[in-house]
Design a protein around this ligand. Structure first.
Ligand code: FES
Ligand code: FE2
Length: 358
């Protein structure tokens, strides 16, 4: 499946964001994740539960049922499923059943709930992207701008989009200074946390920069900039606002006032649709709610533009990919490297028989 040679483009042995923590409550919620319906709710002690979402009796969506104690009661004929999946009650028989509804490991870390839908023997919470690397739940950092978009496009199109920032001046034409991303110098490196792409070039001072960093970040003329993109896996990518002082060639540019991380959680819904979770972290202007509001508005606008571009690609992708070989250029190098990494994961998974999947 484009752009991979494997039939599926979904890597299953990863932790994916299933929901923002505040979406999961005592009212069950349903979400299709990695091609499967999942019902999520909280136990009485607040622990989240993720259960395969279709009742085994008549395939009614369990998310339309009710939580009772720690159990989920199907809204059609009242079968009761405990938090470990065990069917403890069939009202029409006055009994339980030997049947267990599949349960998925779900881990709540700060504002995010991560789900594992891959092989049970490979499930390890240490594989959740490292929060300390991007300032989430860390002292001295602020979390803001949580937003969600449903994307009618395969997840790889979003990964490609985030790894190739030459789209900035075209898709996000309202961002002044985006021209700098047309042809920056690019370096990449493998880190313990993931694959890093560094872009450097020249950038003028912009109004956008001032809105984020404040008037004290103002400078005359042109500055060097450094922009980092970190790929942690097909499920999570960090991009950053250009840091204009890290490699400062202009003595008038003030010292760096902080780091703003834009985080992208990418969870396949199906083979060609995606849940796009966004949020930001920053280590400056920590109490500034005006900046939170600006950040939220700006991020949503930018994400909406990306969603529209990707959906336009997805609509006729099969036709295009069948008629013409994809034209890859120099700026595609990071995206192509990432595709190779993902393809290796897909090949490894699809060559191995799976264990304990629904
Ligand atoms: S469909 Fe769930 S109890 Fe019948
Ligand atoms: Fe974009």
């Amino acid at each position: 499946m484009y752009p991979f040679s494997t039939p599926s483009s979904i890597v299953r042995n990863r932790w994916y964001i299933a929901a923002f923590s505040n979406e999961i409550t005592r009212e069950p919620m349903g979400r299709k994740l990695l091609g499967l319906q999942v019902a999520m709710y909280r136990k009485e002690d607040g622990t989240p539960v993720a259960m395969y979402g279709l009742c085994p009796h008549r395939y009614f969506p369990l998310a339309q049922g009710k939580v009772r104690g720690d159990a989920l009661v199907c809204g059609y004929h009242g079968f009761v499923f405990e938090a470990d999946g065990k069917c403890s009650e069939i009202p029409s028989q006055g009994t339980g059943a030997g049947f267990c509804q599949p349960i998925y490991p779900i881990v709540e870390r700060g504002p995010l709930c991560w789900i594992w839908m891959g092989d049970a023997d490979k499930c390890d919470p240490a594989l959740i992207p490292p929060y300390d690397d991007f300032g989430l739940n860390q002292p001295g950092w602020r979390y803001s701008s949580a937003n969600y978009f449903h994307l009618k496009g395969r997840s790889q199109l979003l990964v490609d989009n985030l790894m190739d920032l030459t789209h900035l001046p075209y898709v996000h034409h309202h961002i002044s200074g985006g021209e700098a991303m047309k042809n920056p110098s690019i370096k990449d490196e493998e880190r313990a946390e993931g694959y890093r792409v560094s872009r450097t070039g020249k950038v003028p001072f912009t109004h956008f920069h001032e809105l984020v960093f404040g008037p004290e970040a103002r400078f005359e003329g042109i500055s060097d900039f450094l922009s980092l993109t970190d790929y942690y896996g097909p499920e999570f990518i960090r991009t950053g606002l250009p840091i204009t002082t890290a490699i400062n060639g202009n003595p008038d540019v003030p010292p760096a006032l902080g780091t703003l991380n834009i985080l992208h959680g990418i969870t396949p819904e199906t083979e060609n649709s995606t849940h796009y979770f966004g949020f930001a972290t920053r280590n400056f202007r920590l109490e500034d709610e005006t900046l939170d509001a600006f950040q939220y508005e700006s991020d949503c606008k930018i994400r909406q533009q990306d969603v529209e571009a990707i959906e336009a690609v997805e609509r006729d992708l099969d036709e295009g990919a069948q008629r013409q070989r994809e034209l890859l250029v120099k700026s595609d190098a990071p995206a192509v490297k990432v595709r190779r990494k993902i393809e290796a994961l897909l090949n490894a998974e699809q060559a191995e028989p799976s264990t304990a999947r629904v």
